[in-house]
Design a protein around this ligand. Structure first.
Ligand code: TXA
Ligand code: MG
Length: 348
Protein backbone atom coordinates (compact mmCIF):
# COMPACT_ATOMS: atom_id res chain seq x y z
CA UNK A 1 0.00 0.00 0.00
CA UNK A 2 1.27 3.47 -0.85
CA UNK A 3 1.28 5.90 2.09
CA UNK A 4 0.48 9.52 1.20
CA UNK A 5 1.62 12.31 3.49
CA UNK A 6 -0.37 15.50 2.91
CA UNK A 7 0.69 18.77 4.45
CA UNK A 8 -2.33 20.38 6.07
CA UNK A 9 -0.39 23.16 7.73
CA UNK A 10 0.45 25.43 4.84
CA UNK A 11 -1.11 23.70 1.85
CA UNK A 12 -3.63 26.08 0.26
CA UNK A 13 -5.74 23.15 -0.84
CA UNK A 14 -6.49 21.86 2.67
CA UNK A 15 -10.13 21.18 1.81
CA UNK A 16 -9.20 18.33 -0.52
CA UNK A 17 -6.90 16.77 2.06
CA UNK A 18 -9.65 16.69 4.69
CA UNK A 19 -12.11 15.31 2.13
CA UNK A 20 -9.70 12.46 1.35
CA UNK A 21 -9.24 11.70 5.04
CA UNK A 22 -13.00 11.72 5.68
CA UNK A 23 -13.61 9.46 2.67
CA UNK A 24 -11.01 6.96 3.78
CA UNK A 25 -12.39 6.86 7.34
CA UNK A 26 -15.97 6.47 6.08
CA UNK A 27 -14.76 3.58 3.94
CA UNK A 28 -13.30 1.64 6.84
CA UNK A 29 -9.68 2.78 6.44
CA UNK A 30 -7.21 4.22 8.95
CA UNK A 31 -5.73 7.74 8.80
CA UNK A 32 -2.94 9.32 10.87
CA UNK A 33 -3.48 12.88 12.09
CA UNK A 34 -1.85 15.36 14.49
CA UNK A 35 -3.21 16.21 17.93
CA UNK A 36 -1.77 18.66 20.47
CA UNK A 37 -0.02 15.77 22.25
CA UNK A 38 1.26 13.27 19.65
CA UNK A 39 0.06 11.95 16.26
CA UNK A 40 -2.85 9.50 16.38
CA UNK A 41 -3.76 6.63 14.07
CA UNK A 42 -7.52 6.89 13.69
CA UNK A 43 -10.43 4.73 12.55
CA UNK A 44 -14.20 5.16 13.02
CA UNK A 45 -14.77 3.88 16.55
CA UNK A 46 -18.03 2.07 15.73
CA UNK A 47 -16.49 0.12 12.82
CA UNK A 48 -14.99 -3.12 14.14
CA UNK A 49 -13.15 -4.04 10.93
CA UNK A 50 -11.61 -0.57 10.64
CA UNK A 51 -10.50 -0.57 14.29
CA UNK A 52 -8.83 -3.96 13.78
CA UNK A 53 -6.67 -2.35 11.07
CA UNK A 54 -5.21 -0.02 13.73
CA UNK A 55 -4.07 -2.98 15.82
CA UNK A 56 -2.63 -4.68 12.72
CA UNK A 57 -0.73 -1.59 11.47
CA UNK A 58 0.78 -0.87 14.90
CA UNK A 59 1.40 -4.47 15.93
CA UNK A 60 -0.56 -3.60 19.08
CA UNK A 61 -1.64 -6.27 21.60
CA UNK A 62 -5.43 -6.68 21.44
CA UNK A 63 -5.89 -6.34 25.22
CA UNK A 64 -4.83 -2.68 25.11
CA UNK A 65 -7.90 -0.42 24.67
CA UNK A 66 -7.97 2.69 22.46
CA UNK A 67 -8.90 6.28 23.27
CA UNK A 68 -12.01 7.61 21.50
CA UNK A 69 -11.69 11.17 20.15
CA UNK A 70 -14.75 13.40 19.80
CA UNK A 71 -15.18 16.82 18.18
CA UNK A 72 -18.17 18.14 20.16
CA UNK A 73 -19.33 17.97 23.78
CA UNK A 74 -22.82 16.72 22.84
CA UNK A 75 -21.45 13.47 21.41
CA UNK A 76 -20.18 12.24 24.76
CA UNK A 77 -23.55 10.96 26.02
CA UNK A 78 -23.86 8.67 22.97
CA UNK A 79 -21.00 6.54 24.28
CA UNK A 80 -21.09 6.71 28.09
CA UNK A 81 -23.65 5.71 30.71
CA UNK A 82 -23.27 8.47 33.24
CA UNK A 83 -21.43 11.80 33.32
CA UNK A 84 -20.52 12.62 36.93
CA UNK A 85 -20.26 16.15 38.33
CA UNK A 86 -16.47 15.79 38.51
CA UNK A 87 -16.36 14.72 34.87
CA UNK A 88 -18.41 17.75 33.88
CA UNK A 89 -16.06 20.06 35.75
CA UNK A 90 -13.05 18.47 34.04
CA UNK A 91 -14.63 18.76 30.61
CA UNK A 92 -15.34 22.43 31.17
CA UNK A 93 -11.84 23.09 32.41
CA UNK A 94 -9.73 20.91 30.11
CA UNK A 95 -11.58 20.08 26.87
CA UNK A 96 -10.55 20.48 24.20
CA UNK A 97 -7.21 19.44 25.66
CA UNK A 98 -4.81 16.68 26.74
CA UNK A 99 -7.13 14.91 29.19
CA UNK A 100 -8.61 11.46 28.55
CA UNK A 101 -11.40 10.51 30.93
CA UNK A 102 -12.43 6.93 31.66
CA UNK A 103 -16.21 6.42 31.86
CA UNK A 104 -18.51 3.39 32.09
CA UNK A 105 -19.27 2.66 28.43
CA UNK A 106 -22.77 2.35 26.96
CA UNK A 107 -22.98 -1.30 25.90
CA UNK A 108 -22.94 -2.26 22.21
CA UNK A 109 -22.25 1.17 20.76
CA UNK A 110 -18.51 1.21 20.14
CA UNK A 111 -16.56 -1.55 18.39
CA UNK A 112 -15.59 -4.19 20.97
CA UNK A 113 -11.88 -3.97 20.18
CA UNK A 114 -11.90 -0.24 21.07
CA UNK A 115 -12.57 -1.09 24.71
CA UNK A 116 -10.70 -4.42 24.60
CA UNK A 117 -13.77 -5.99 26.25
CA UNK A 118 -13.61 -3.71 29.31
CA UNK A 119 -16.88 -2.10 30.44
CA UNK A 120 -15.18 1.30 30.43
CA UNK A 121 -14.02 3.64 27.68
CA UNK A 122 -11.45 6.46 27.50
CA UNK A 123 -12.63 9.60 25.71
CA UNK A 124 -11.03 12.93 24.90
CA UNK A 125 -11.52 16.04 22.76
CA UNK A 126 -8.14 16.99 21.27
CA UNK A 127 -7.06 20.63 21.16
CA UNK A 128 -5.60 20.77 17.66
CA UNK A 129 -7.10 22.59 14.68
CA UNK A 130 -6.45 19.66 12.28
CA UNK A 131 -7.85 17.00 14.62
CA UNK A 132 -10.95 19.07 15.40
CA UNK A 133 -11.56 19.91 11.75
CA UNK A 134 -11.31 16.23 10.82
CA UNK A 135 -13.63 15.10 13.63
CA UNK A 136 -16.21 17.81 12.95
CA UNK A 137 -16.25 17.12 9.22
CA UNK A 138 -16.53 13.35 9.79
CA UNK A 139 -19.13 13.67 12.55
CA UNK A 140 -18.22 10.25 13.95
CA UNK A 141 -16.11 9.18 16.95
CA UNK A 142 -12.52 8.28 16.08
CA UNK A 143 -10.58 5.63 17.98
CA UNK A 144 -6.91 6.59 17.89
CA UNK A 145 -3.84 5.35 19.71
CA UNK A 146 -0.50 7.05 19.13
CA UNK A 147 0.57 6.47 15.50
CA UNK A 148 3.83 4.61 16.23
CA UNK A 149 4.74 0.93 15.85
CA UNK A 150 3.95 -0.65 19.22
CA UNK A 151 6.87 -0.19 21.63
CA UNK A 152 8.44 2.80 19.81
CA UNK A 153 8.30 6.40 21.05
CA UNK A 154 5.08 8.18 20.05
CA UNK A 155 5.31 10.35 16.92
CA UNK A 156 5.54 14.11 17.40
CA UNK A 157 6.07 14.82 13.67
CA UNK A 158 4.40 13.54 10.49
CA UNK A 159 7.71 12.11 9.36
CA UNK A 160 7.89 9.93 12.51
CA UNK A 161 4.60 8.31 11.48
CA UNK A 162 6.03 7.70 8.02
CA UNK A 163 9.16 6.08 9.52
CA UNK A 164 7.04 3.60 11.49
CA UNK A 165 4.01 2.96 9.29
CA UNK A 166 5.03 3.65 5.69
CA UNK A 167 3.37 1.09 3.42
CA UNK A 168 0.83 -0.07 5.98
CA UNK A 169 -1.56 2.92 6.12
CA UNK A 170 -3.02 4.99 3.26
CA UNK A 171 -2.77 8.56 4.60
CA UNK A 172 -0.94 10.81 7.04
CA UNK A 173 -2.27 14.33 7.58
CA UNK A 174 0.92 16.22 8.37
CA UNK A 175 0.34 19.24 10.61
CA UNK A 176 3.95 19.79 11.67
CA UNK A 177 5.39 19.30 15.15
CA UNK A 178 2.87 18.62 17.95
CA UNK A 179 2.73 21.21 20.74
CA UNK A 180 2.97 19.24 23.98
CA UNK A 181 5.02 16.22 22.95
CA UNK A 182 3.80 13.65 25.51
CA UNK A 183 0.44 11.89 25.50
CA UNK A 184 -2.73 12.96 27.28
CA UNK A 185 -3.32 12.37 30.96
CA UNK A 186 -5.57 9.33 31.49
CA UNK A 187 -7.93 9.94 34.42
CA UNK A 188 -10.22 7.24 35.79
CA UNK A 189 -13.44 8.90 36.93
CA UNK A 190 -15.37 5.70 37.60
CA UNK A 191 -14.18 5.69 41.23
CA UNK A 192 -15.09 8.21 43.97
CA UNK A 193 -11.54 9.49 44.11
CA UNK A 194 -10.31 10.14 40.55
CA UNK A 195 -7.11 8.23 39.71
CA UNK A 196 -4.42 9.26 37.23
CA UNK A 197 -3.67 6.07 35.26
CA UNK A 198 -1.14 7.81 33.03
CA UNK A 199 0.40 11.23 33.77
CA UNK A 200 0.35 13.63 30.83
CA UNK A 201 -0.26 17.17 29.63
CA UNK A 202 -2.86 17.98 32.30
CA UNK A 203 -1.04 17.71 35.61
CA UNK A 204 -2.21 16.46 39.02
CA UNK A 205 -1.96 20.03 40.32
CA UNK A 206 -4.22 21.32 37.52
CA UNK A 207 -6.80 18.57 38.14
CA UNK A 208 -6.86 19.07 41.90
CA UNK A 209 -7.57 22.77 41.47
CA UNK A 210 -10.79 21.76 39.67
CA UNK A 211 -12.06 18.54 41.34
CA UNK A 212 -10.21 18.30 44.67
CA UNK A 213 -8.02 15.34 45.67
CA UNK A 214 -6.82 13.09 42.87
CA UNK A 215 -4.58 10.07 43.38
CA UNK A 216 -1.51 9.50 41.25
CA UNK A 217 -0.12 6.05 42.05
CA UNK A 218 3.65 5.80 41.72
CA UNK A 219 5.34 3.50 39.24
CA UNK A 220 5.99 0.98 42.04
CA UNK A 221 2.40 1.05 43.30
CA UNK A 222 1.09 0.43 39.78
CA UNK A 223 3.56 -2.41 39.25
CA UNK A 224 2.69 -4.05 42.56
CA UNK A 225 -0.90 -4.46 41.37
CA UNK A 226 -2.23 -2.41 44.31
CA UNK A 227 -3.47 0.45 42.16
CA UNK A 228 -5.74 0.48 39.10
CA UNK A 229 -3.88 0.88 35.84
CA UNK A 230 -4.20 1.53 32.14
CA UNK A 231 -3.68 -1.82 30.38
CA UNK A 232 -1.19 -0.16 28.02
CA UNK A 233 1.17 0.90 30.78
CA UNK A 234 2.43 -2.66 31.35
CA UNK A 235 4.08 -2.92 27.92
CA UNK A 236 7.64 -1.93 27.02
CA UNK A 237 7.33 1.46 25.45
CA UNK A 238 9.19 4.47 24.11
CA UNK A 239 12.34 2.40 23.60
CA UNK A 240 15.06 3.03 21.01
CA UNK A 241 17.09 0.00 19.82
CA UNK A 242 20.06 0.67 22.13
CA UNK A 243 19.49 0.29 25.89
CA UNK A 244 18.62 3.51 27.74
CA UNK A 245 20.11 4.43 31.13
CA UNK A 246 18.89 7.30 33.26
CA UNK A 247 21.37 9.74 34.77
CA UNK A 248 21.13 12.87 36.93
CA UNK A 249 21.30 16.20 35.11
CA UNK A 250 24.72 16.90 36.65
CA UNK A 251 27.54 18.02 34.39
CA UNK A 252 30.31 16.31 36.43
CA UNK A 253 28.40 13.03 36.81
CA UNK A 254 27.76 12.85 33.07
CA UNK A 255 31.34 13.80 32.14
CA UNK A 256 32.66 10.99 34.37
CA UNK A 257 30.16 8.51 32.96
CA UNK A 258 31.23 9.34 29.41
CA UNK A 259 34.87 8.86 30.31
CA UNK A 260 34.22 5.48 31.94
CA UNK A 261 32.09 4.26 29.03
CA UNK A 262 34.63 5.40 26.45
CA UNK A 263 37.37 3.56 28.32
CA UNK A 264 35.28 0.42 27.89
CA UNK A 265 35.14 1.14 24.13
CA UNK A 266 31.40 1.94 24.17
CA UNK A 267 29.76 4.59 21.98
CA UNK A 268 27.26 6.79 23.75
CA UNK A 269 24.27 8.91 22.65
CA UNK A 270 23.45 11.60 25.21
CA UNK A 271 19.98 13.10 25.64
CA UNK A 272 20.21 16.28 27.70
CA UNK A 273 19.33 19.98 27.74
CA UNK A 274 21.34 22.09 25.28
CA UNK A 275 23.64 23.53 27.97
CA UNK A 276 25.28 20.08 28.22
CA UNK A 277 25.90 19.73 24.47
CA UNK A 278 29.65 20.39 24.88
CA UNK A 279 30.18 17.13 26.78
CA UNK A 280 32.16 14.44 24.95
CA UNK A 281 29.29 12.15 23.90
CA UNK A 282 29.48 10.46 20.49
CA UNK A 283 26.01 11.78 19.64
CA UNK A 284 24.06 14.53 21.36
CA UNK A 285 20.29 14.98 21.08
CA UNK A 286 18.84 18.05 22.69
CA UNK A 287 16.04 18.03 25.25
CA UNK A 288 15.61 21.79 24.76
CA UNK A 289 17.38 25.14 24.58
CA UNK A 290 15.92 26.13 27.91
CA UNK A 291 16.16 23.58 30.68
CA UNK A 292 12.40 23.42 31.39
CA UNK A 293 10.02 20.46 31.68
CA UNK A 294 7.83 21.90 28.89
CA UNK A 295 10.73 21.97 26.44
CA UNK A 296 11.86 18.55 27.53
CA UNK A 297 8.37 17.15 26.79
CA UNK A 298 8.39 18.67 23.31
CA UNK A 299 11.83 17.24 22.47
CA UNK A 300 11.80 13.88 24.27
CA UNK A 301 10.35 11.52 21.63
CA UNK A 302 12.24 13.12 18.76
CA UNK A 303 15.48 12.69 20.73
CA UNK A 304 14.70 9.04 21.62
CA UNK A 305 13.86 8.29 17.97
CA UNK A 306 17.05 9.96 16.74
CA UNK A 307 19.12 7.36 18.61
CA UNK A 308 17.98 4.72 16.12
CA UNK A 309 19.88 6.50 13.33
CA UNK A 310 23.16 6.08 15.27
CA UNK A 311 25.37 3.11 16.10
CA UNK A 312 25.39 3.97 19.79
CA UNK A 313 25.90 1.05 22.19
CA UNK A 314 23.83 2.81 24.81
CA UNK A 315 21.83 5.94 25.46
CA UNK A 316 22.23 8.16 28.52
CA UNK A 317 19.10 10.22 29.21
CA UNK A 318 19.04 12.99 31.81
CA UNK A 319 16.17 12.96 34.29
CA UNK A 320 14.13 15.86 35.64
CA UNK A 321 11.86 16.86 38.51
CA UNK A 322 8.34 15.38 38.65
CA UNK A 323 6.81 18.84 38.90
CA UNK A 324 4.05 19.67 36.40
CA UNK A 325 4.54 17.84 33.09
CA UNK A 326 7.76 16.41 34.63
CA UNK A 327 5.63 13.58 36.09
CA UNK A 328 4.73 12.51 32.54
CA UNK A 329 8.33 12.88 31.33
CA UNK A 330 9.73 10.75 34.15
CA UNK A 331 6.99 8.15 33.63
CA UNK A 332 7.96 7.81 29.95
CA UNK A 333 11.71 7.91 30.63
CA UNK A 334 11.45 5.17 33.25
CA UNK A 335 9.60 2.97 30.76
CA UNK A 336 12.03 3.77 28.01
CA UNK A 337 14.93 2.75 30.27
CA UNK A 338 13.09 -0.20 31.78
CA UNK A 339 13.87 1.47 35.13
CA UNK A 340 17.67 1.23 34.64
CA UNK A 341 19.99 3.94 36.01
CA UNK A 342 23.58 4.45 34.94
CA UNK A 343 26.29 3.20 37.28
CA UNK A 344 30.00 2.71 36.61
CA UNK A 345 29.65 -1.09 36.66
CA UNK A 346 26.83 -1.52 34.13
CA UNK A 347 27.27 -4.44 31.70
CA UNK A 348 26.18 -3.79 28.12
O1 TXA B 1 -2.47 11.92 23.75
C1 TXA B 1 -2.98 10.83 23.58
O2 TXA B 1 -3.70 10.28 24.44
C2 TXA B 1 -2.74 10.13 22.22
C3 TXA B 1 -3.43 10.96 21.14
C4 TXA B 1 -3.34 10.31 19.78
O3 TXA B 1 -4.74 11.25 21.49
N1 TXA B 1 -3.24 8.78 22.25
C5 TXA B 1 -2.63 7.80 22.97
O4 TXA B 1 -3.21 6.56 22.81
O5 TXA B 1 -1.66 7.99 23.64
P1 TXA B 1 -2.50 5.21 23.27
O6 TXA B 1 -3.35 4.11 22.75
O7 TXA B 1 -1.10 5.20 22.83
O8 TXA B 1 -2.61 5.20 24.82
C6 TXA B 1 -3.87 5.01 25.44
C7 TXA B 1 -3.69 4.65 26.89
C8 TXA B 1 -3.19 3.23 27.05
O9 TXA B 1 -2.26 3.18 28.13
C9 TXA B 1 -4.48 2.48 27.38
O10 TXA B 1 -4.24 1.30 28.09
C10 TXA B 1 -5.25 3.51 28.18
O11 TXA B 1 -4.97 4.74 27.54
N2 TXA B 1 -6.70 3.27 28.14
C11 TXA B 1 -7.54 3.38 27.07
N3 TXA B 1 -8.78 3.01 27.41
C12 TXA B 1 -8.76 2.65 28.71
C13 TXA B 1 -9.73 2.17 29.64
N4 TXA B 1 -11.00 1.95 29.30
N5 TXA B 1 -9.33 1.93 30.92
C14 TXA B 1 -8.04 2.14 31.29
N6 TXA B 1 -7.08 2.59 30.45
C15 TXA B 1 -7.44 2.84 29.19
MG1 MG C 1 0.89 4.85 22.61
Amino acid sequence: METKRLNVDINVDNGKSYAQAVDLLNNGEVVAFPTETVYGLGAVATDEEAVKKIFAAKGRPSDNPLIVHIGTFEELENYVDHISQKAKLCMEAFWPGPLTMIFKAKPNVLATSVTANLDTVGIRMPDHAVALQLLRQLRKPVAAPSANRSGKPSPTEGIHVEEDLNGSIPLILDGGITGIGVESTVLDLTLDMPVILRPGGVTKEMLEAVVGPVSQPSHTEQNSGKAPKAPGMKYTHYAPNAPVYLIDKEEKTIAMALETLHQKGLKVALLAPENLSHLAADWFFTLGQKDTNEEMAVNLYHALRSCDATTADLVLATTTSTEGVGAAIMNRLEKSAGGKWYSADIQI
